[in-house]
Structures are given as structure tokens and as C-alpha cells.
Design a protein around this ligand. Structure first.
Ligand code: BTN
Length: 276
């Protein structure tokens, strides 16, 4: 499926995705050459009642957002930049699992399209050779009553950057599919694989719960079994990452022997360079 120029996505709404979907993922695909942020654009569609599964794709973002209000920067046509609207029916307590399920789906799509085997750094960074290949930003919107209204899951995958295309401060910690494989991947092939894997993993999660994704996440993890320091949003906490719990929390054993269940946080990228 490479009849179009690989840097330009075809007019996706007119293309049928080549598989039968179990969820509504990809029911509508809004593709724009330039947006401030696909998450921000999709937030507007969500407020106007867009259905679950609606996707926004951009070739370029002028104000891409990462976790903890960091910028997410890439040049036009170099990355897959997508956001997916989800209106899951599972209880609020299960929602931290969504971001882990999406990380599994994105890793599987990359493996299927490129042969690379990304590892997952808790909770949802995709890593190759100790460098970050992809990031996921899930934003939850609640109703005034405190129930879930929707989730916007933004996924950025570095595709075509060479090592020196990244800003100097990222060159040691970021990578792309091209930098790892020496080949250009077709963005539509990667997008189609991502939609298929999201559809598969999210429908599995809705029907069977978190256990299948927990297993797949754990197999791909580069965090479990490692000494880590968790930071943001809480004060730094050191320990051994022992397991991913059945609820999606990271089980962290601190030096005093206590097992902590951590739902939110991150492991700074610098810690993963030891594995380079
Ligand atoms: C991270 O900090 O690791 C998360 C990065 C998420 C980036 C993606 S790119 C598509 C979507 N739109 C955004 O503004 N951010 C996400």
C-alpha cells in the first residue's frame, strides 16, 4: 500500500481501513496538514459531541504537547502525530490502564510495520536501544459530577528523523524508525497498523479486562526488575520496579521493604541511558 508519496498521507477519510473494526476506532479520521496540536483540535470535536473512536492526524504541529506541559516538537512530515477520542464504559478506577493499553498497541503496530521491538518504559514511553521512539499523552475530561466524559489519547511516533535532526539536548535520548532501521516507513502503513492494534487491544480491554494487556506490557517492559527513581508529580522515590499490578499500578519496592503501588509518575529518560 505505497502508491502515494510516503511523506504525505492520502486523504484518509476517503480510504477504507483494510480490516473490520470491533470498536469505533477510526470511525472518522480528520487529517490536517498543520494543527497547533492534534489533542487540542480533537478536544474541540469532543466538546461538540464527536463519537468514540474519532481520530485526528496532522503532518505537523506548531504547539505539540508532551507530558507535564513539555513541548513535543517535530518538523513537518517527520512523525506520526495522532489523537484518538475514547469514551470507554469501564469504571473510573480502571482508567489509568488505558494509557498502558495504548502503549502496547502502539508498540505492536511499530513491530508489525518495521520489525523493531520497542520496549515500554513505565508507564507509556516506547524505547529502542534506550532511546525514546514514541510518547503518549492521555488527557481525561470529567463531567461536572466527576464522572468520565472522555479521554483524548495523543500518540507521537518519530519516523524519519536522523539523530542530528533532534535538538541537541534530545540527541542522546531520542530516536526514530529511520535512525534505527536505516529505512523509511510508509506513514499510512504505520497508521493503519496503529488503528488495527488500538481496535484489537481496546476491545479486548473492554471485554476481558486488563490482564491480556498487562501481560503484553510486562513482556515488553524495560522497567520491571530495574532500580528506578520515580519523579513527577510526587517527590522522587527510589526502589525496584517489581511488577505491574492487576489495576495498572507500578509495584515499587523501596529500601525499607515496603511495596508501594504507584499509579501516576514517570521515570526520567536519563536513567534509561545506562542500557545504551
Ligand atoms: C510525551 O511527553 O511522551 C507524550 C508526547 C505526546 C505527543 C503527541 S503528538 C500527537 C498528540 N498531540 C500532541 O500535542 N501531543 C500528542
Amino acid at each position: 500500500m505505497t502508491a502515494h508519496h510516503p511523506d504525505l498521507l492520502p486523504n484518509l477519510p476517503t480510504l477504507a481501513l483494510p480490516f473490520r473494526r470491533r470498536t469505533g476506532i477510526g470511525c472518522a479520521v480528520h487529517h490536517r496538514p498543520v494543527l497547533s496540536s492534534t489533542n487540542t483540535f480533537l478536544a474541540g470535536l469532543a466538546r461538540r459531541g464527536a463519537p468514540t473512536g474519532t481520530i485526528v492526524l496532522a503532518d505537523h504541529q506548531t504547539a505539540g504537547r508532551g507530558k507535564y506541559d513539555r513541548p513535543w516538537v517535530s518538523r513537518p512530515g517527520e512523525s506520526l502525530l495522532a489523537s484518538v477520542l475514547l469514551r470507554p464504559s469501564r469504571p473510573l478506577a480502571d482508567l489509568a490502564q488505558v494509557t498502558l493499553v495504548i502503549a502496547v498497541a502502539a508498540a505492536e503496530a511499530i513491530t508489525r510495520t518495521t520489525g523493531l521491538a520497542p520496549q515500554i518504559k513505565w508507564p507509556n514511553d516506547l524505547m529502542v536501544g534506550g532511546r525514546k521512539l514514541s510518547g503518549i499523552l492521555c488527557e481525561l475530561v470529567l463531567t461536572p459530577e466527576g464522572d468520565l466524559d472522555h479521554i483524548i489519547a495523543g500518540i507521537g511516533i518519530n519516523i524519519a528523523q536522523s539523530r542530528t535532526d533532534f535538538p541537541p539536548e534530545l540527541q542522546a535520548i531520542a530516536t526514530s524508525i529511520s535512525a534505527e532501521t536505516g529505512r523509511k516507513v510508509d506513514r499510512f502503513d504505520l497508521f493503519a497498523a496503529l488503528v488495527e492494534r488500538l481496535d484489537h487491544r481496546l476491545s479486548e480491554w473492554e471485554r476481558l479486562g486488563f490482564e491480556p494487556a498487562r501481560h503484553a506490557w510486562s513482556v515488553r517492559s524495560c522497567t520491571l526488575g530495574q532500580p528506578v527513581t520515580l519523579s513527577a508529580p510526587q517527590a522522587p522515590r527510589q526502589g525496584i520496579a517489581e511488577a505491574l499490578g492487576p489495576d495498572g499500578a507500578l509495584c515499587l519496592r523501596t529500601a525499607d521493604g515496603t511495596l508501594h503501588s504507584v499509579i501516576f509518575g514517570e521515570i526520567p529518560l536519563a536513567q534509561t541511558q545506562a542500557t545504551l
